[in-house]
Design a protein around this ligand. Structure first.
Ligand SMILES: Nc1ncnc2c1ncn2[C@@H]1O[C@H](COP(=O)(O)OP(=O)(O)OP(=O)(O)O)[C@@H](O)[C@H]1O
Length: 273
């Protein structure tokens, strides 16, 4: 379980996070959503101690992360964030094996089991064919999948992800998030795509200008009345055949249509709630 309370932070005296709170119960996938610059990455960084907030506490399974040693923290939290280009001059295998380091003793070499776990992680993200490549030569989407494999190989009890679907094609956006759900690992994931959030998250935290506007179930948060003023865009909420709410978007610059677009795929497959 991840519990963040009263988290505030300022960069050079400018407040970017005020009294933010987040709860991810055991096994839940919680989506962190909000417009550009609303503080999602800042809040996520406080959860894995990449950033010490000015105020607030972060607890993982009831223990304050301030009191945990780095190796212990790495066994509890795996992180997938955007890597600066060219940061890892490593092979794909070595990159994924980095995920095993928290499980090795100081001078302990990797075992066959570690190698098997890394290979399985690559397989899970559909990247087994990349095993002999250099990480730096991969495409953006391939790199992203390898970084997710590294997090899976870490076998941490909690997962933090900052826009993991960035660079991924539509197939892998869904594959990766479906996999994350399947893992049953307590997860906090920053997502821009609200429809992916609707489909793969158990709950959402909506940030706007550094404050939590609302948090709760998909049904609570994914409402045009809640989201339109925050994002400054018109939304229409539909329910797909499998019951999953999905949103359609229209710029405020576009005139309000007097009639619906009959015959569109959305109208065939979903009904307006
Ligand atoms: N290192 C930094 N120094 C100064 N300001 C920063 C720093 N990092 C972030 N900020 C500012 O803090 C605010 C919140 O940034 P943050 O990256 O948390 O937002 P975000 O919601 O993740 O945005 P996006 O959706 O665009 O990725 C922004 O105004 C950003 O410019």
């Amino acid at each position: 379980m991840i519990l963040a309370t009263g988290v505030s932070h300022a960069y050079s005296g400018v407040d970017v996070l005020r009294d933010a709170a987040l709860t991810a119960a055991h096994g839940e996938v919680i989506g962190l959503i909000g417009p550009n610059g609303s503080g999602k990455t800042t809040l996520l960084r406080t959860l894995y101690r990449a950033l010490t907030p000015d105020q607030g506490t972060i607890r993982v399974d009831g223990v304050s992360i301030d009191s945990v040693r780095p190796r212990e923290l790495a066994r509890a939290l795996a992180v997938v964030v955007q890597e600066p280009a060219g940061e890892l001059p490593l092979s794909v295998t070595d990159t994924v094996m980095l995920g095993r380091i928290p499980h090795l003793g100081t001078w302990q070499r990797q075992s066959q089991r570690d190698i098997d776990i890394a290979a399985e992680a690559l397989d899970q993200v559909g990247a087994e064919h990349l095993v002999d490549r250099d990480f730096g030569d991969l495409s953006g989407g391939e790199k992203q999948r390898v970084l997710i494999a590294r997090a899976l190989a870490q076998q941490a009890t909690h997962l933090l992800m900052d826009e993991p679907t960035n660079h991924l094609d539509i197939h892998f956006q869904h594959e990766i998030l479906a996999l994350v759900r399947q893992l049953g690992v307590t997860t906090v994931v920053v997502l821009h795509d609200l429809n992916l959030a609707a489909r793969y998250c158990d709950g959402l935290v909506l940030l706007d200008r550094g404050e939590v506007v609302t948090s709760g179930t998909i049904d609570d948060v994914l409402q045009p009345t809640v989201l339109e003023p925050v994002y400054g865009i018109r939304m229409q909420r539909l329910v797909a055949e499998d019951g999953c709410p999905q949103l359609l978007f229209r710029s405020l610059r576009e005139p309000h249509p007097q009639t619906h677009t009959h015959g569109s795929r959305e109208h065939v497959e979903a009904r307006v709630r």
